[in-house]
Design a protein around this ligand. Structure first.
Ligand SMILES: Cc1ncc(COP(=O)(O)O)c(C=O)c1O
Length: 375
């Protein structure tokens, strides 16, 4: 399949880049003994799971449907976590999950008797420390609802749970900062850790970032696991799929209002939501640092501030030209929505042998089906 003929917008996931990240994950596992479960909240495009499965130990989830997807399409260990489980949620997930992690002592209390025979139970703890750039994504922010603070814990909890989960990093590239939090956890929670059989340290550790000292991270994790005689897990999402996919769009129009804006056939609000909510501009493969032609890359949605970035090119953009918005795998395909009735991007997978597989494509009927029954 020639990419020239593909209709934009579309995601193109690159298997060879995915494998590069997965090889780093494999090294981390080998050196540390840690187990890795893919955070489906970040990336759930199951057409790629055949590539990922041999490298990772299973999946973790944030809601009941992710549990089911992980169980059905990935296998291995299925971890279930949710900020809040209803009785019906628990009925749905308890037979599919190897581990069920509760967000609060009241949730543990409410569901313990329904679950304890089905899965190993865990509790999310709030370590009151974090490495997260933005308040919106900071689990240790004031009044955080995520996890139980140490002051509320008592040893009786160990009668009910075999594991704890901490999640306190977001795209953290600083291994020393991570190790400092690890040391804090080791000291503060040692009475518990020594009696638990597993501990998940969540996601957000950017160990696939170029130059990241994987050995140093692995050594720290191994020492921690040995000290507390505990099986460690990490829940990577972004680290597994970072820099593996482009969102490919076409320039539809160019308008000028003091600045030139190239309007493309996609929208951050519908197709690359985190660009908008975290105010993190996209990078365009065709842009050059020293280009003299400046453009805002504007979206096709009605939202006035909806733009991908402002960047420079060596030559003027042309209508019909394709642009590649890089690093578009994480928290994109899982957040797609039909706002404005825009065309939904197709999802392609460029295999290591050069083949391009279409993993999904969408049409008007799919749009309509999200809004009502069509018969
Ligand atoms: C509990 C938990 N685990 C894992 C992750 C995955 O994080 P990341 O994609 O940054 O690795 C998140 C992200 O929010 C999370 O909340």
């Amino acid at each position: 399949m020639n990419t020239d003929n593909l209709q934009t917008p579309y995601f193109m996931i690159d298997e060879s880049k995915l494998i590069d990240n997965l090889e780093k994950a494999k090294l981390l596992k080998q050196l540390s003994g840690v187990k890795l479960v893919l955070a489906l909240k970040c990336f759930s495009t199951f057409g790629t799971f055949e590539t990922i499965k041999p490298y990772l130990d299973g999946t973790t989830s944030s809601g009941p449907y992710e549990v089911q997807l992980g169980h059905e399409e990935f296998g291995g260990e299925t971890h279930a976590y949710s900020v809040g489980y209803s009785k019906a949620d628990i009925e749905a997930v308890k037979g599919l999950s190897d581990k069920i992690i509760f967000n609060s002592l009241s949730q543990l209390e409410a569901h313990y008797s329904d679950c304890y025979e089905h899965a190993s139970l865990g509790l999310r703890i709030n370590p009151e420390r974090s490495m997260a750039g933005q308040d919106l994504a900071n689990p240790a922010r004031p009044y955080s609802r995520l996890g139980v603070k140490q002051a509320l814990l008592s040893p009786e909890v160990l009668d009910k749970v075999e594991g704890f989960m901490f999640h306190m990093n977001c795209e953290n590239k600083d291994v020393d900062a991570f190790i400092a939090i690890l040391d804090h956890i080791s000291t503060t929670f040692s009475d518990y850790l020594d009696k638990l059989s597993w501990l998940s340290l969540g996601g957000g550790i950017f160990f696939t970032y170029p130059g990241y000292p994987i050995e140093k991270l692995a050594f720290a994790l191994k020492a921690f696991a040995q000290k507390h005689d505990i099986q460690l897990y990490l829940e990577p999402g972004e680290a597994i799929i970072t820099r593996t996919a482009d969102l490919v769009v076409s320039v539809i129009d160019i308008v000028e209002n003091e600045k030139k804006t190239a309007i493309v056939d996609s929208a951050t609000e519908a197709h690359r939501l985190d660009t908008l909510i975290y105010n993190e501009p996209a990078s365009v493969r065709e842009a050059t640092e020293n280009g003299v032609f400046n453009y805002v890359i504007g979206s096709c949605s009605c939202l006035a501030g909806d733009q991908f970035c402002e960047t420079q090119f060596e030559t003027p953009l042309k209508i019909g030209q394709k642009l590649h918005l890089m690093d578009s795998a994480g928290y994109t395909m899982v957040k797609l929505n039909w706002f404005n009735g825009l065309k939904m991007p197709s999802i392609y997978y460029q295999r290591i042998d050069g083949r391009i597989e279409c993993l999904n494509s969408f049409n008007y009927q799919d749009f309509k089906a999200t809004l009502g029954k069509t018969h």
